[in-house]
Design a protein around this ligand. Structure first.
Ligand code: B16
Ligand code: MG
Length: 214
């Protein structure tokens, strides 16, 4: 196992905007009189906005047209964007910036592989955007959502590294599945640690065993 590049999922790995996603979906669900709770929110981890909406709408008896669904996604995103306004470098998980610096020092390339269309905005707010040197594969350059490997395959292409030499760090089951389908090494952190497909595991970004990069 030779790791030449690391592809980071964003939300749940470098920082958490979970609570903001939850509050924005809850707001939309209340407006539509749909039941929504934190357990349902867990199922939205790593899933695209439209696929997330489909999960939220499972609790609705109303049939929504495609146009209405797009409007609901816009409503949720506007609420979410308003909450993201507050983000700052203080929101980065402890140890994440040091870990990125360590990899760059070791000449290991880094990229983002996130389902979010807000990834670049978030990276700018937390002041990590420049560190990735344009290697950001996100919801804006993919057609298929995780567990499809597209977002990671495109990140590996950006890095010009063979997928088998890329480590993907993910907090979502869908992301681990995507990494394995793409032929990458998959590390599960947080709740994805329990996924049987993981090659490697860590509690969080600060407790990753650095000897795997030797
Ligand atoms: P947006 P990640 C994912 O980010 C979130 O985990 C998921 O909850 C969200 O629905 C998805 O991005 C799309 O986000 O609405 O901002 O485009 O974990 O892949 O970095
Ligand atoms: Mg995530």
């Amino acid at each position: 196992m030779r790791i030449l590049g690391v592809i980071f999922d964003l939300d749940g790995v470098i920082l958490s905007t979970d609570e903001y996603h939850y509050l924005a979906w809850l707001d939309m669900a209340k407006k539509e009189n749909i039941y929504f709770d934190r357990e349902i929110n867990e199922r939205l981890r790593g899933v695209s906005r439209m696929d997330s909406l489909e999960i939220v709408l499972e609790r609705s008896t109303k049939k929504y047209s495609q146009e209405e669904k797009i409007k609901l996604c816009e409503y949720k995103n506007n609420k979410y964007r308003a909450l993201l306004e507050k983000l700052s470098p203080k929101d980065i998980f402890p140890g994440a910036t040091d870990f990125l610096k360590f990899l760059l020092y070791k000449k290991i390339k880094i990229a983002i592989g996130s389902s979010s269309k807000n990834a670049k905005y978030i990276l700018k707010k937390i002041e990590l955007y420049d560190m990735f040197d344009g290697h950001i594969s996100d919801g804006t350059n993919i057609t298929k959502s995780k567990p499809d490997p597209e977002v990671f395959t495109k990140a590996a292409e950006m890095l010009k590294i063979n997928p088998c030499n890329c480590l993907v760090i993910e907090d979502a089951y869908a992301g681990i599945e995507a990494a394995k389908k793409g032929g990458m090494i998959a590390m599960g952190i947080g709740s994805a640690k329990d996924c049987s497909l993981c090659d490697l595991r860590a509690d969080d970004i600060s407790s990753i065993d650095k000897s795997i990069f030797e």
